[in-house]
Ligand binder design. Structure first.
Ligand code: FE
Length: 177
């Protein structure tokens, strides 16, 4: 049985289409966004700190443990860095990871230390729907300790307000960038 020219050209077109689709799929697999580019926190399985809960309890004071490991919040206007404006670097109180530069600190009036930006790749973000609010939690990217939350009512150019517990931070004057 003879196939007419229209049938032949249709078959060729379908083959070309299928091949193109397959190539696109293979290319797409190689172009997935790397985890480091994602904004949301994927809990790392290979936690570099390798600290157990009992390690944290031994290392931290009860108040530090409550906030850093149990996601607590210090009372507003009581933290030692709320009205602190020296030049330097703020580090995670759990592991020493540098998280904020004093240049990004500003007076927000919210009762907790506020920063308009975090140091690159120093913190991770996780959706937090507890306490009847839709917030974004900020944790240390190295030890996953709770630092605070980030809101979108901050100053330019970022428009962000990183609202951070003083207990979650240590300050180092010498290590300003
Ligand atoms: Fe940390």
């Amino acid at each position: 049985m003879k196939t007419c020219p229209i049938q032949k050209s249709s078959s060729i077109l379908i083959l070309v289409f299928l091949s193109f689709n397959l190539i696109s799929q293979i290319q797409a697999q190689g172009k997935t966004i790397p985890d480091s580019k994602l904004n949301l926190n994927e809990q790392k399985k290979d936690n570099p700190m390798k600290r157990t809960d009992s390690d944290w309890k031994r290392i931290l004071s009860p108040e530090e443990y409550r906030i850093l490991r149990d996601k607590g919040t210090e009372r507003a206007f009581t933290g030692k860095y709320d009205g602190h404006f020296e030049e330097g670097t703020y580090k995670c109180a759990g592991c020493g990871n540098k998280i904020f530069d004093s240049e990004s600190k500003y007076r927000s009036g919210c009762g907790w230390p506020a920063f308009s930006d975090a140091l690159p790749e120093s913190v991770a973000e996780t959706k937090d729907n507890t306490m009847g609010m839709a917030r974004v939690e900020i944790t240390c990217s190295k030890c996953e300790s709770h630092l605070g939350h980030v809101f979108n009512d901050g100053p330019n150019p970022t428009g962000l307000r990183y609202c951070i517990n003083s207990v979650s931070m240590d300050f180092n004057q010498e290590e300003k960038k």
